[in-house]
Design a protein around this ligand. Sequence first.
Ligand code: ATP
Ligand code: ZN
Length: 297
Amino acid sequence: MKPRDRLRIAMQKSGRLTEPALDLLNRCGLTFRQSRDKLFCFGEGEPVDLLLVRDDDIPGLIAQGVCDLGIVGRNVLSEYQYTAGQGGPELAEWRPLGFGRCRLSIAVPQEMAYDEAAQLQGRRIATSYPGLLGQWLRERGLDAGVVTLAGSVEIAPRLGTADAICDLVQSGGTLVANQLREVEVLLESEAVLAGPQSLPTDERGDMIDLLLKRLDGVIQVRESRLLLLQPSRHALDAVIRLLPGGPQPTLLPVAGQPDQLMLQALCAGEVSWRQLEEIKKAGAREMFVLPVEKMLA
Ligand code: ATP
Ligand code: ZN
């Protein structure tokens, strides 16, 4: 087989991760022509194509070398390593991507007493994550029945097919609606860029390197704000002390106003109204908080 000279990234075809993953790739300068069947999307500018699949298939596609990278939940990646991927090549989490956040948790019926994990001994737990749950139980020396279900795990206790569940939780609304309460968190999850442990040594490796650099820039920028304000000279130290973290601010003179300065600072996160009000009180005016579009340090 002729080695591929284009990079191939697998992502979820339709689901929670689809929009944010595409948006992230677009921000990295990757655009795609969507084909009719929407399984394969040809990359227009860079030699990077997309494969749109069910999220559960992504780790396997990377392990088999069908795709070079994948955007998938940490929950799916870890579960694969404990089940279908056992004995196969180790996959690596190259970057956390900051969306699709959720946790894999054990929940019990609201009326069930629960103080410690030992109370799960001998119980039946319904889950779509038998690998992760099995590992968690083993680590605690617990022997519980793992009932593997493909979906609708949360109704298992009411149906009498399980005593507890182990499922993904985001806000907890689904649990409350099913009279369940969360008692243990097994895994904090978010979407990650997954790939093989070591990068290919050909041009695809160089492309991955470039993509990782752009990704780092995009992720950093997504949270960054540019703060512009005018402190009076005598209040400068007090104002600088109140600035949210980031590199040294830049100072410029203001034409015709010798007592005023223009200050520009890059902040690592959101700047709240309260922070702005405090900075103003310390002696600044004309304050602006701007989103950052691109950054190349
Ligand atoms: P398919 O298998 O068809 O690709 P799916 O039903 O398995 O889709 P989604 O429900 O779209 O997948 O979830 C995809 C990922 O989104 C999950 O694996 C998880 O990482 C993340 N996620 C974030 N919040 C939640 C949540 N509340 N419930 C389920 N998944 C969530
Ligand atoms: Zn799935």
